[in-house]
Design a protein. Structure first.
Length: 131
């Protein structure tokens, strides 16, 4: 017998998780366990939306990331100055460049051809560690 959670669609799981997160935060606030104001609860829900969206809809992770940032900025929870101070521009430029190069190489199947050639020839050797 399968659990009912495995039979749900990803959209249903997404909204169930998001609603559960919001409900748990509101319940913890109501009981006084956590003292969050409305802005903090909204920020956590938007961050949770990004995480759940990435886990359940991996192909659209960039859309969830930009959507989350747009929501945070649109609701005045995050300013452009705060975003640029917390995000290191050098690291972001490096990662974007790396993703572009790797994406290009994957499309040209350079990685798969090279790795299959190396593994089939048995030429992949690393240092041997002994205790």
């Amino acid at each position: 017998m399968q659990l009912w959670i495995f039979q749900m669609s990803n959209v249903t799981k997404f909204f169930t998780l998001l609603g559960g997160t919001l409900l748990a935060l509101l319940l913890l606030r109501w009981t006084g366990v956590l003292v969050f104001d409305n802005r903090q609860i909204l920020s956590i829900v938007i961050f949770s939306m990004f995480i759940y969206g990435t886990l359940l809809f991996g192909d659209f992770r960039l859309a969830f990331a930009f959507g989350g940032i747009a929501l945070l900025m649109g609701l005045n929870l995050l300013s452009v100055e705060g975003f640029t101070q917390s995000a290191s521009l050098n690291v972001i430029i490096f990662l974007v460049g790396m993703f572009l190069v790797i994406g290009y190489l994957e499309e040209r199947t350079s990685f798969s051809r090279r790795s299959s050639k190396e593994f089939s020839a048995g030429s992949v050797r690393g240092p041997r560690f002994s205790s």
